[in-house]
Ligand binder design. Structure first.
Ligand code: PLP
Length: 448
């Protein structure tokens, strides 16, 4: 299907796609092939545009109009429209807009009545916010290992980690990859445990034809600066449960019900809900409405381009792309990640390979490690539990998250999936070049 995509041959590399060799295509001299880190020419002399979030003249104009309107917050027209549009783009009935994608998780757990004495299962490999949201509710996060292929929480180990106190599971669709929602539902539903999807990396992704975030009881999204949809900051919860949506709205709006006027509280607020001001502004909602118009096209194009990268990269020994969701369509991306079998790379470290790729002009994405080892995770061991089958000084630890996390994965930010075909081919060529010289790259001393 995508064979014609590979007809572009890249000079000065031995990229072999469609069985052709670029060696016939360009004159090669010994120096041309050297990685930039060993004194050769970088494959991308200048890194293509990585600026993010996107900007456009129409949004700029609307921002000016919004500024002049002086209606900047408090359940405004843009917020209401955005919530409707965002929910429907993800197969959900309701969305609630908030200040970020951490309080959205906190809000879901609080609205579900989760608190002291409860346990919530989270993946060992994610951004700390997933687990902190549990701590904010005075519940105990229980870290469970990931699957080596999807990099998402392992449903079988989730099953083993469940106790009578388990109230929720928060699968994270990490980097855009997909936690197996069918297997997780099979584990959670019979025991009436809530599935809360952390979709901070998965805007526009769909599992089995349903928008991510709409499969569990609720889904949480972040619109922080680097995310695939961004308003600098922001977050949203989607759900199909109308009562939960109302509790979430009240939670973020000091207790006011939806559609009440400022200063005119109506309806009865249940005493179990402790509410906040977690409102975001009309400016953010307006920017996101513009981005949402293009989300599906963007996600589909990037998914296609990612599959093409995978076809090229997996021809290199010791490279496995993060498994695409088995029911993805499309899969959306926060980062495009690969896992390396370092023995096939002369036992170079991921850090050495990452540094060599950067010298080729390839932007490298940050990678997550185990949350419980994160420098910002400063909680005493009594505040969390690790369900792991290996032990070290910490007690049990999650071996897959430990060994794969920062040590064997590397990847590129989502913007790379918008690069021209020529540049995406150069990215594959850069991996090939670094791989061919892995023995020498393994000798390079990196600055501490
Ligand atoms: C970014 C992120 C969050 C939190 O979002 P913020 O808007 O930055 O608070 C939560 N979970 C994951 C997996 C994230 O990457």
């Amino acid at each position: 299907m995508r064979n014609e995509s590979y007809s572009i041959l890249i000079p000065m590399t031995n990229i072999r796609l469609n069985g052709s060799s670029a060696d016939t295509h360009a004159t090669r001299s010994a120096g041309d092939d050297l990685p930039a880190t060993l004194g050769g020419m970088p494959l991308l002399a200048t890194t293509p545009d990585m600026r993010w979030p996107p900007t456009d003249a129409q949004t700029e104009q609307q921002l000016v109009e919004l500024y002049r309107s002086q209606s900047w917050s408090f359940g405004g027209a843009h917020e209401r429209a955005f919530c409707e549009e965002f929910a429907s783009a993800h197969s959900a009935a309701h969305a609630v807009f908030m200040v970020n994608g951490t309080v959205t998780l906190e809000a879901i757990l609080h609205a579900l009545g989760i608190g002291e004495g409860d346990e919530v299962i989270v993946p060992a490999l994610t951004w700390p916010a997933t687990a902190m949201a549990v701590v904010y509710n005075r519940a105990v996060p229980v870290f469970v290992d990931i699957e080596p292929d999807t990099l998402c929480i392992d449903p079988e180990q989730v099953r083993q980690a469940i106790t009578p106190r388990t109230r929720a599971i928060i699968p994270v669709h990490l980097y855009g990859g997909m936690a197996d929602m069918d297997r997780l539902a099979a584990v959670a539903q019979p025991q009436q445990i809530a599935l809360v999807e952390d979709c901070a990396h998965a805007h526009g992704g769909a599992w089995d034809g349903k928008g991510l975030g709409s499969i569990g009881i609720a889904g949480s999204f972040s619109f922080q600066q680097s995310k695939t949809m961004s308003a600098g900051e922001g977050g949203a919860v989607i759900t199909n449960d109308a009562a939960l949506a109302e509790r979430l709205y009240r939670f973020k709006h000091i207790g006011y019900a939806p559609n009440t006027k400022q200063g005119q509280a109506t309806g009865s607020l249940t005493p179990d809900l402790i509410c906040h001001n977690y409102r975001a502004t009309e400016f953010q909602a307006m920017i996101l409405r513009q981005q949402l118009k293009h989300l599906n096209t963007l996600a589909r194009r990037r998914d296609d381009n990612a599959m093409m990268l995978t076809e090229g990269l997996e021809r290199i020994p010791g490279v496995r792309a993060q498994a695409r969701g088995t029911k993805a369509g499309p899969q959306s991306y926060y980062c495009y990640m690969v896992t390396l079998d370092l023995e096939a790379w002369s036992n170079a470290t991921c850090a050495q390979i990452r540094a060599a790729l950067k010298k080729e002009g390839i932007p490298v994405a940050p990678t997550y490690g185990s949350v419980y080892r994160h420098p910002l995770w400063n909680l005493p061991a009594s505040r969390y539990r690790i369900h792991g089958d290996r032990r070290d000084a910490l007690g049990p630890v999650c071996p897959v998250a430990e060994s794969i996390g920062t040590q064997r994965t590397l990847g590129v930010p989502h913007q790379v999936l918008d690069w021209s075909e020529e540049n995406r081919m150069k990215l594959i060529a850069a991996f090939q070049k670094v791989h061919r010289h892995a023995d020498r790259i393994a000798q390079i001393q990196l600055p501490a």
